[in-house]
Write a protein that binds this ligand. Structure first.
Ligand code: GP9
Ligand code: MN
Length: 658
């Protein structure tokens, strides 16, 4: 196809492609088309590609490619092809990543790229044949580039530029340099002027508080987003981060002091279970909407439903996780802080100071162990758990791989082996268990599928229901074994789900629940996981409908065990005290007892939707204004505590010195 039969056409094509402006224009047009294709493949509501976005996209393409003008002909053509391949790779990797995480790949994510291998099967389900369009130009451009670059000198002779003398060669070099510099300048203008304008107007505060990468992308476009992300990472880690003004540090300290002052430790339940063991199970992708639900007459989670009757069950509990997924659930639950907007605290700031359950319980005479049958380096757990002071992290190598299911040993075997390991642990102990069988894409062997999922048979949603049913029966056996081991009456049992299942097909949920769902319903479904706390004597059992979140779990445990929180810095409150709560989610969504706010991707407050929880319909957005501000403040506070290692500062300098 490329050895064009007509010599004239071949000559003209080669000639055009050797013209630096034409090759360059071709590069820009092709890459722009790919960015547009990517944008529409993302299918993000409320973000379109408008004129300004095109300008920024062209500007940022100039910025990454201006230097090719400085190269001689063959180098320039090869460099543009190479850039095309790299950028296409980035664009496509981002798209696949987005389909699963609803976010873009960032430097911290890349640093935990070892994990991507484990996601193999999941990734395959996120690749569509239409994606070939991203690579279609390569069929023509790669062979063409190779033929232009490697053609023998003799053959090139008839189309190459005439031989220049020294002075005209110098002129050519100067011209190339000037063209490159002009493109760089133009690129800077087209990229930074509109971004700066947005950052000063409707997106004010976005770069400082940086609450959501999708909003950042909406302002910067994909290429500039990555540029900013690299800059942000360098700032965090290469000592470029300017110190936080001491005034701000003091404001943060005061926020915590205020929180402490409002805590009510006089309640009867404070210390009611002093000295009990705590067994906490973080269940993979266990969402709240399956609780108490049936499919074709069969309960999805019969054991959990039964246990609810003698437990505290929080029916509006939010997982509060972001991109760190399982690790965020772990972090938020253990530390009572919030997750980062980009990447996981586990991989970005593992050695900063946090007040976590294992650390605090160990200070109070407890043994503390964590159980998870997977590679110990996944999510950087081996480092993090050491920092958290666990006595021991029982990872994959500690579990007999007797019954393999999904990523690792089955939950049933995992539970059984973990409880056996606990036999040697002195009481009181804290055991944190993280399950894995019900991980995306939820495929189970036939003999483990016990439900008749009817119309969902053969869909990922149907597989998900099967998976939840499997986990539930494993939980049932776990409870039996706990009783047999004499742990039932001496332990507080906490069970919660870590995050959503990444299945966003609204029609499936509507079909399953048998009713139409509005945006509020969907947002709650995707963000709610169950939280159940079973107390040794079954006291306080009941359904607690007030909003709650992972940041409340640790304070609740301390409350039940009677551990004073005076010396710790926790953002959440015990679920047994203040019932008036605001639960912020990483996206800027929040819920309190009255309203639920869903931000718009553009980040503008007014464009977000404020729902009244009593009517479940949109209400005046101003009813959400105070909560919106508080949410932003809390997210910012948590980000700064994490990134500036503020707890260390708080603890080393006494408040009196201020
Ligand atoms: C792996 C497991 C899964 O160890 O915790 O993590 P996830 O992919 O759900 O974040
Ligand atoms: Mn998970």
């Amino acid at each position: 196809m490329l050895t064009l039969s007509s010599g004239g056409l071949k000559y003209r094509l080669s000639r055009s492609l050797e013209n630096r402006y034409i090759t360059y224009m071709l590069f820009i047009v092709v890459m722009l088309l790919k960015l547009v294709l990517m944008h529409y493949s993302l299918q993000v509501k409320n973000i379109d590609m408008n004129r300004v976005d095109y300008i920024i996209a062209i500007g940022s393409l100039f910025l990454v490619s201006f230097w090719t003008f400085w190269l001689p002909k063959r180098g320039r053509i090869s460099a543009l092809m190479l850039l095309n391949m790299i950028l296409t790779g980035i664009i496509y990797a981002d798209l696949v990543f987005f389909r699963y995480f609803e976010d873009f790949i960032t430097v911290p994510i890349l640093l935990q790229a070892g994990q991507v291998g484990s996601l193999g099967e999941s990734i395959r389900s996120l690749i569509y044949w239409q994606d070939l369009f991203f690579f279609i130009d390569w069929i023509v451009l790669i062979p063409l580039t190779v033929s232009l670059v490697f053609r023998k000198k003799k053959e090139r002779g008839y189309i190459s530029a005439p031989t220049y003398g020294t002075s005209s060669r110098r002129k050519t070099v100067i011209r190339r340099f000037i063209t490159g510099a002009l493109v760089l300048l133009l690129g800077m203008m087209l990229t930074f002027v509109p971004i700066k304008k947005s950052a000063e107007t409707w997106a004010a505060g976005l770069f400082e508080a940086n609450w959501w990468n999708v909003t950042l992308y909406n302002v910067t476009g994909l290429i500039a987003f990555h540029g900013y992300d690299v800059y942000r990472y360098a700032q965090d880690h290469l000592g470029l981060q300017p110190a936080l003004p001491s005034e701000e540090v003091e404001n943060h300290r005061k926020w915590f002091e205020q929180k402490k002052a409002n805590r009510n430790t006089a309640s009867d339940s404070f210390g009611q279970y002093k000295g009990s063991n705590v067994i906490m199970i973080q269940t993979e992708a266990f969402m709240n909407f399956v609780v108490n639900q049936k499919i074709n007459g069969q309960e999805i989670t019969p054991n959990f439903n039964e246990l609810m009757k003698e437990s505290m069950y929080f029916s509006n509990f939010y997982h509060q996780t972001a991109l760190g997924r399982t690790s965020d659930a772990d972090f938020v639950t253990q530390s009572s802080l919030l997750p980062l907007p980009a990447g996981s605290v586990f991989t970005r700031y593992p050695s900063h100071e946090y007040d976590t359950i294992p650390t605090i319980l160990k200070e109070n005479g407890y043994a503390a162990n964590v159980y998870h049958s997977y590679d110990s380096s996944f999510w950087n757990r081996h480092n993090v758990y050491k920092e958290m002071n666990y006595d021991r992290y029982y990872s994959k190598k500690d579990f007999k791989q007797d019954e393999m299911l999904g990523w690792s040993v089955s939950d049933e075997s995992f539970f059984n082996q973990s409880l056996n390991m606990m036999k040697d642990v002195p009481e009181p102990f804290y055991s944190f268990l993280i399950t894995l069988t019900s991980h995306h894409p939820y495929t189970l062997p036939k003999e483990k599928k016990m439900l008749d999922t009817g119309q969902f048979e053969g869909t990922m949603f149907g597989d998900y229901l099967q998976s939840m049913h499997y986990v539930d029966q494993a939980l049932g056996k776990f409870m039996e074994q706990m009783k047999a081991q004499g742990l039932w009456d001496t332990s507080i049992l906490v069970i919660y789900g870590d995050h959503d299942n990444s299945i966003k097909d609204q029609a499936m949920y509507e079909q399953f629940l048998g009713r139409p769902l509005n945006d509020l319903d969907m947002e709650q479904i995707m963000n709610q996981v169950p939280l159940l706390i079973h107390l040794p004597d079954g006291d306080h059992a009941g359904v607690y409908p007030e909003p709650a979140g992972m940041m409340n779990t640790a304070p609740t445990i301390y409350h039940l065990l009677g551990i004073s929180q005076e010396n710790y810095f926790l953002m959440g409150d015990s679920l047994l005290e203040n019932q008036e709560r605001l639960i912020p989610l990483r996206s800027g969504t929040f819920s309190n007892n009255e309203v639920f706010y869903i931000p718009e991707e553009s980040g503008s407050f007014e464009k977000g939707v404020c729902y009244s929880l009593s009517t479940r319909q949109p209400t005046d957005v101003n009813a959400c204004r105070a909560g919106y501000e508080e949410t932003k403040q809390m997210l910012n506070l948590s980000d700064q505590v994490i990134t500036y290692d503020l707890l260390k500062q708080f603890k080393t300098s006494s408040p009196d010195k201020k």
